[in-house]
Design a protein around this ligand. Structure first.
Ligand code: ADP
Ligand code: MG
Length: 724
């Protein structure tokens, strides 16, 4: 499998394969799987061709001719080919002369795009690629097989050349070592590696090919899942700062003072976290839950257990606004319990330090000091905090909130942050529901828990698409709706994809921007819209802006006044996307909504309906009906189920985005496996990998498997594990 190709198939093809497809070894070629399979019937009949199709036909040359062009200089050469029942024209202009080898009576494969010419729209192939067949009986047989594999090909390296190369390789190939242990193959009824490879390249039987593909998907799934199982194991074996529960501590006092009853889910997850925190090995857990499902309370109770054990917990948020808000709400929830060192604080009290980049020097110095000497039991900051050299007296736990952009490696970096060689406990919270298979891969180094019920008393959110292209007057109704809500004492958000002013691109423009629906118009901008609203439909209301270019203090001040009800309408970029919690806000208007991705829209709408009043989300767009953007909006309006939307998001963004390397066209370890379609298989592979690693932590019994995992890591630097 590791043999160089040129020894098997000849230097010319080997060079082409290496240059054009990055295929160097026998193994590379065998793992260059056909994209699909064409029935022989599908190959031949000229009768069924339609313009625009890319086709391959087997035919015989009937005649050749050459003539001068009438209007331009140069010649046109024609050939007529015949497949036994119908004829087709081949056309070659000047530069692409009709090849000398194509003479009357010769048989060949012809590949190209069907076009038409003349008033009668006569079908033709222009400058088709071709492969002569009459030289070699074996080749003729090869291309008369009932199923023809269709390979990912390039202009100079057509599918049939790859097919012939694969055939040559199989002529000399010994059965390769099978990385999957026999018991696993038996258990899941998988063919051996040699048989599977032969089948995907050479079989004429679709069901045999399907079984072979399933087996090869197992290789890919096992490589990923073993990698993750090894990571989990390595992390789990590290020593952790044990934080056993303590009676009469902060956590207990907090529970007593809690103004509401925990949901069953919150209690359950709480028990699990409490037990894991008490352990000698680090917790590595992902907590999923819809916006407002009460994750923060769960995290706070866990952090208090850590503080009770005499250690510190750090809470990381993606933005300064969120960090500030977390600090504020933690302080509020804790009340006297969070005011250590202040007059009248509770006895067991601790202190919360907020640490962000834009803090004034003095406050920053104090926060750093509190973290370093241990006076702050809880430190809240932005993700950037981990890059800084913040030192902790005794870090016991890291909570990461809303970590879209947080990958495996970053989590690994966190794990290295505790003193004395221990790894802190890690809890990752996400409000973006993640399809099961993504959780099993991208977050595969974490155990997963979920909060599925919302605390009682939550209101509903209704979502409507406002198609201003077709119904311009609806925009007035949007603004009137805001005015009505404000008159009733509520507040509203208006979100734009761009900041405006002198920015070109905007900080947070929608992740799926650029459907091409906008006809080149720049996305709507906060700074352009605000004056229009203030002097127009929203005159008299208290408007304010929030975006990433504001200094941290100002952002914080704006959020504070919005929370306090001193602002009616907040016109903002997606900085309000995650976590912002103002129960009195009931309307979310999203301008140029087609610019945002499904998950983003879902997150944004989660900002309203957080109190006792029902929420309203209006998706304003001028994208015409039928465009991808409009369909996305319709989907978001049609369901509030985050898991369903997450799945849709994955489909729309194409898995390539999730898997990073796949889409960028680089050679990837994952060729056949699909996160959407192969859920069950990935689940089974995960379980198998877990058992294998448990029984044989170094995989000494399974060197071929170990290599499978190692190869994947080397090739990709596990890129696809990091990106969401
Ligand atoms: P998340 O972080 O999952 O978005 P939060 O923890 O911020 O959710 O909770 C949202 C709101 O619901 C907060 O105001 C919180 O105090 C409140 N809350 C949390 N748990 C409960 C509960 N069991 N009953 C009532 N309210 C709750
Ligand atoms: Mg939250």
């Amino acid at each position: 499998m590791d043999d160089a190709l040129d020894r098997v198939i000849g230097a010319k093809s080997a060079t082409l394969l290496a240059e054009q497809l990055d295929v160097h070894t026998v193994g590379d070629l065998l793992r260059h799987y056909p994209r699909r399979y064409a029935d022989q019937g599908q190959l031949t009949p000229i009768a069924g061709l339609t313009p625009g199709e890319d086709v391959t036909v087997v035919a015989e040359v009937r005649s050749c001719s050459s003539r001068r062009m009438q209007t331009k200089k140069g010649t046109i050469q024609n050939a007529v080919i015949w497949d036994g029942s119908h004829e087709l024209n081949l056309t070659f202009f000047n530069q692409h002369r009709l090849p000398d080898t194509l003479t009357r009576g010769r048989k060949a494969l012809f590949a190209g795009r069907v076009t038409t010419y003349g008033k009668k729209r006569i079908l033709q192939l222009t400058h088709p690629r071709y492969q002569l067949l009459d030289g070699d009986a074996g080749e003729l047989a090869e291309f008369s097989r009932p199923l023809i594999p269709v390979y990912p090909a390039t202009k100079d390296l057509p599918s049939w050349t790859i097919q012939l190369c694969a055939r040559q390789v199989f002529d000399v190939l010994d059965d390769p070592d099978d990385p999957l242990p026999a018991f696993l193959r038996a258990q899941h009824r998988l063919p051996g590696l040699g048989a599977a490879l032969r089948a995907v390249h050479r079989s004429d039987d679709r069901s045999e090919i399907a079984a072979a593909q399933r087996r090869l998907k197992w290789d890919e799934a096992m490589a990923v899942q073993l990698t993750l199982a090894l990571r989990r194991q390595e992390a789990a074996l590290r020593p952790a700062p044990a934080c056993p529960r303590r009676d009469g501590g902060l956590a207990a006092a907090f529970d007593v003072a809690l103004p509401f009853t925990l949901t069953a889910g919150q209690r359950q997850v709480g028990e699990l976290l409490a037990a894991e925190l008490a352990g000698e090995h680090p917790m590595n857990r992902l907590l999923q839950g819809e916006v407002g499902s009460g994750k923060t309370v769960v995290a706070l109770r866990a952090m208090l257990q850590v503080v009770d054990a005499g250690r510190q917990a750090v809470l990381l948020a993606p933005t300064e606004v969120l960090a500030a808000q977390h600090a504020r709400s933690l302080r509020e929830m804790l009340g006297d319990l969070g005011k250590a060192g202040e007059l009248g604080s509770a006895e067991a009290a601790t202190r919360i330090a907020l640490l962000t980049g834009s803090l004034p020097a003095r406050a920053r110095k104090q926060a750093l000091l509190d973290a370093a000497c241990g006076a702050a039991g809880i430190v809240v900051g932005t993700h950037a905090l981990i890059q800084d050299r913040v030192s902790f007296a005794d870090l016991g736990m890291v909570v990461v909130d809303e970590q879209h952009r947080f990958g495996v490696e970053q989590r690994d970096a966190l794990r290295g942050r505790a003193a004395d060689g221990t790894s802190p406990h890690v809890l990752v919270m996400t409000a973006t529901p993640i399809p099961r298979t993504v959780a099993m891969t991208v977050y595969g180094d974490l155990e997963v828990s979920a909060l599925r019920e919302l605390p009682g008393g939550r209101s509903t959110i209704s979502t409507t698409v406002v198609p201003v292209g077709e119904k311009p007057s609806w925009l007035d109704r949007v603004w009137r709706r805001i005015t009505e809500e404000v008159a009733a004492g509520r507040q509203a958000y208006v979100v734009c994809p761009r900041i405006g002013g002198d920015d070109a691109a905007g900080e947070d423009a929608g992740e799926d921007a650029g459907d091409g629906d906008e006809g080149g118009r720049p996305p709507l901008a906060v700074l352009d819209l605000v004056p229009q609203l203030a002097e127009g439909p929203l005159a008299g209301l208290r408007l304010s802006v929030l975006h990433g270019r504001l200094p941290g203090e100002e952002k914080d001040a704006v959020m504070r006044s919005f929370t306090a009800g001193e602002i009616d309408v907040l016109v903002a970029t997606t900085v309000v996307e995650v976590g912002v919690d103002v129960p009195n806000a009931t309307v979310m208007v999203i301008m140029d909504a087609q610019r945002f991705g499904v998950s983003q829209l879902h997150q944004l709408r989660g900002r309203v309906g957080r109190g006792s009043h029902p929420g309203l989300c209006l998706l304003v767009t001028d994208s015409p009906e039928g465009t991808a953007g409009r369909e996305r909006l319709a989907a978001v309006a049609a369901t509030a189920d985050g898991f369903q939307l997450a799945r849709l998001d994955l489909e729309l963004r194409r898995e390539g985005d999730v898997l990073g390397a796949v889409q960028s066209g680089r050679r990837s370890g994952l060729k056949l496996l699909s996160l959407l379609r192969d859920e069950d298989l990935i689940g089974q592979a995960r379980e198998a990998a877990r058992q294998l690693v448990e029984a044989d932590p170094d995989l000494t019994e399974h060197p071929a498997l170990a290599r499978l995992a190692a190869d994947l890591l080397n090739e990709e630097r596990a890129q696809f594990l990091q990106k969401v």
